[in-house]
Design a protein around this ligand. Structure first.
Ligand code: ARG
Length: 466
């Protein structure tokens, strides 16, 4: 053929090749090559549809599919040559096909554009990424839930404003994290549902005049249906934003957990011992065992949140339909997925391997008046209005604080000053063990409630279809 253009996207309208600086500036192959498997799967489905519609012959479609699989193998084995003048993964694969099949290869791009192609690839890639993330979330939840039985006797102070508030069972903490992760899980499942529609067939932006069958392609690629509007298809990156948002919130949850465990592992708290395989040393201070992994889980949240911001700013104000700006969607998306996946994979063994410093926790548990609210509710049950009980117990705490003793060490007469009908039974509401046992409400840290919740989670985790 005379005058074949130097790359598949440069039609006969061009009389000159691109400036080298343009190749360098506009390439995306350096980061979109990781879409190769999804790009090839999309192309094979497309070629098969073209054949079943009689647009190309079934022999041609077979040749295309076989050659695409050959290319797949070469990329996988690192035998494939990438060069920036071919811009992106789509053109690399198409050019390799043309190099091997000539005119048959030139037929693959029939009824399709890179605009619907890249969107399809990204949907397929995101779908797999979500599956990986879901199983990593599941594993982290398993690690938390897996601790519950063994930690059922461990009582911890819980904090509001980082001030000691009320006593809770350690598994109550574990299930709190598990609930947050479950919402993250649900958000990813939702995102997966919404993204699972096929973009192919939208072509550049208006569709195609050729008799393609979009439903057929969608079915072949495991999509639930087709995206409805070709202009929307060409420009839509909502799924990428949603995925990045779900990951931002997930990373934010992990950052809070990481911060908590960093504090708990300090000499000042001395609540927990982190597994040494997940700690690092200091190059100058020999005594240091540093929680660097937790710090980085906390720190990497910044990048993940930045990625979400990048995507939102990227699509802000973009007119319909495809604009080259959209090529910049991949780096933040890939980075958020990689980062959060890695955080989850490190969090799970850390959760499983953490050891409590039980004596240290127990020795200071009576500090901080963790039973004050229980005493207040004891008075409420006997008829004192809440506001009055709140005030009176506050005064009593002040008295105990001044003497440096816990509430349980005050004399009965001192309690009688609050309510002269009080008898010895008041002591049953005092002390951390009593305070904890007194909880009742649904969702509370009452041992019975926590045990129920732990059981519910154990069976949920065991029965989750994966
Ligand atoms: N490399 C491009 C991207 O990732 C592929 C789509 C290009 N489409 C186009 N009309 N130039 O967005």
């Amino acid at each position: 053929m005379s005058n074949q253009p130097n790359t598949p996207s440069r039609s006969g309208v061009f009389q000159q090749s691109t400036d080298r600086r343009v190749d360098q500036f506009t390439e995306s192959i350096s980061f979109d090559k990781r879409l190769y498997a999804h790009d090839i799967a999309g192309s094979i489905a497309h070629a098969k549809m073209l054949a079943s519609q009689g647009i190309i012959s079934s022999e041609e479609s077979q040749q295309i599919a076989n050659t695409l699989l050959e290319i797949h193998g070469e990329i996988e084995r690192n035998e494939f040559e990438f060069r920036i003048e071919l811009e992106d993964i789509h053109m690399h694969i198409e050019q390799a096909l043309i190099d091997r099949l000539g005119d048959v290869g030139r037929k693959l791009h029939t009824g399709r554009s890179r605009n619907d192609q890249v969107a399809t690839d990204l949907r397929l890639w995101s779908r797999d990424a979500i599956d990986g993330l879901l199983s990593a979330i599941h594993n982290l939840q398993s690690a938390f839930v897996g601790r519950c039985q063994a930690d059922m006797e461990v009582v911890l102070p819980a904090y509001t404003h980082m001030q000691r508030a009320q006593p809770v069972l350690a598994p109550h903490y574990w299930l709190a994290y598990t609930e947050k992760l479950e919402r993250d899980y649900g958000r990813l499942v939702d995102c997966r549902k919404r993204l699972n529609v096929c973009s192919l067939g939208g072509a550049a932006l208006a569709g195609t005049t050729l008799p393609i069958d979009r439903q057929d392609v969608a079915k072949r690629l495991g999509f639930d249906g087709v995206a409805a509007n070709s202009i929307d298809i060409s420009s839509d990156r909502d799924f990428a934003v949603e995925l990045c948002f779900a990951l931002s919130l997930l990373a934010t949850h992990l950052s809070g957990w990481a911060e908590e465990w960093i504090l708990w592992s300090t000499t000042e708290f001395n609540f927990i011992k982190l597994p040494q395989e997940f700690c690092t040393g200091s190059s100058i201070m020999p005594q240091k065992i540093n929680p660097d992994v937790l710090e980085l889980i906390r720190g990497k949240t910044a990048r993940v949140n930045g990625n979400l911001q990048s995507l939102l700013v990227l699509i802000k104000g973009l007119p319909l339909a495809y604009n080259r700006d959209l090529q910049e969607d991949k780096l933040p998306l890939f980075d958020s997925v990689d980062t959060v996946q890695a955080c989850l994979e490190l969090a799970a063994p850390m959760v499983a391997g953490m050891e409590f410093r039980k004596e240290s926790i127990a020795s200071r548990l009576e500090h901080g008046y963790l039973d004050a609210t229980t005493l207040m509710e004891f008075l409420i049950r006997r008829g004192t209005p809440q506001r009055s009980a709140h005030h009176l117990v506050g005064e009593l705490v002040r008295t105990a604080m001044d003497r440096g003793i816990p509430l349980a060490e005050l004399k009965l007469e001192e309690f009688r000053a609050l309510d002269e009908t009080l008898d010895d039974s008041v002591f049953q509401s005092l002390g951390v063990a009593n305070a904890l046992a007194a909880f009742e409400s649904e969702g509370s840290t009452a041992p019975k409630r926590v045990a129920e919740q732990a059981k519910r989670w154990e069976s949920k985790i065991a029965n989750r279809h994966r």
